[in-house]
Design a protein. Structure first.
Length: 325
């Protein structure tokens, strides 16, 4: 078996290497694994990216309790605001999502801290036994070696457990979707193509720039131009008038009435149920599974906060007062 317990870099690559770490091999080898991330040269700085929630977060007991408390408090407040015709319902919902984000981040950190604590405890135990061996006491040597071996197995077992959990999730998903013509099937069977990373953009002076700050401004300006409202020219006015004259079909009275109706509670409930799992969340980072989980909990226990009711109050406020900036 090949054993790689160190990584050598030359002076040109070294500035682009980061996140150096040493991990247990989960009994794949009797050596630990050295890990490092190496960036390509001249890559623009991207940053942390958009925060997002994961399925694992929803399964955490502390997260379930804390998020339910937040939602209950929000529901009570916005119900009162709606009744008294107060402004700021949308802002309250935005605050709620930020609180949920903070709870998620805190719970994740706590989970990581506990795992690290357990690992450190085991490593300390190993080091203590190694020190005992250095004293060369024949009576305790065998016992200490066995203790070290057992502790190392415990560390490897924990790492292996995490790997097995990922494998089981992958297997289950494949059995469910892998042999059907689903989005998942096409994803795992499509040809793998390397990402084309934009390392430079052309400015107004027709010069290429690789500076992150300049590239950001060029991209922003490009999208502003794409999305800005087109000018109302004489040509556009004529085209609109022509379209009005040639369009004969109009809405029926029933269709007009339906359009004036607001979004109902049941429509929101149906939309949540039909929303696909495993898709990318919106800019707030909250996944569909979060709403589904909270809706299911409320259906099973009416004392738990009604996420559909919260969304219904917020959507009614948007339909009445438009989106608050």
């Amino acid at each position: 078996m090949s054993r790689i317990d160190r990584i050598y870099l030359n002076e040109n690559i070294y500035p682009y290497a980061y996140n150096w770490t040493h991990e247990e091999s989960a009994r794949i080898s009797d050596h630990g694994i050295v890990i490092v991330d190496i960036l390509k040269k001249k890559l623009p700085f991207i940053g942390k990216g958009i925060w997002r929630m994961y399925q694992d977060d929803l399964e955490n007991t502390d997260f379930k309790k804390e998020s339910s408390k937040i939602l209950k408090k929000t529901l009570e407040k916005i119900e009162r605001m709606e009744k008294e015709n107060e402004e700021g319902i949308q802002k309250e919902w935005m605050k709620t999502k930020e609180e949920i984000k903070k709870v998620t981040t805190r719970v994740r950190k706590e989970k990581r801290r506990q795992l690290e604590k357990e690992k450190e405890k085991m490593k300390t135990k190993i080091n203590k036994k190694i020190e005992e061996l250095e004293e060369i006491n024949p009576e305790t040597e065998k016992k200490s070696r066995e203790e070290i071996k057992r502790t190392k197995k415990e560390i490897a077992k924990k790492a292996k457990k995490e790997i097995e959990k990922l494998r089981e999730t992958t297997r289950a998903r494949y059995r469910n979707k892998g042999e059907k013509y689903t989005k998942y099937w096409f994803k795992i069977n499509k040809e793998k193509i390397n990402s084309n990373i934009i390392i430079a953009l052309q400015n107004k002076e027709k010069t290429l720039t690789t500076e992150t700050k300049d590239m950001k401004e060029i991209a922003l300006e490009h999208h502003r131009e794409l999305q800005k409202k087109p000018e109302m020219t004489t040509e556009r006015k004529k085209a609109i008038e022509k379209l009005k004259r040639t369009t004969k079909k109009t809405l029926s009275e029933k269709e007009k009435t339906d359009l004036k109706k607001g979004t109902t509670y049941e429509e929101i409930k149906t939309a949540i149920r039909k929303a696909p799992n495993g898709t990318s969340p919106g800019i707030d980072g909250i996944i569909y599974e979060f709403y589904k989980e909270k809706m299911k909990v409320n259906e099973e226990n009416q004392d738990k906060p009604d996420i559909v009711k919260i969304l219904h109050i917020v959507i009614k406020d948007i339909e009445k007062n438009r989106i608050e900036k």
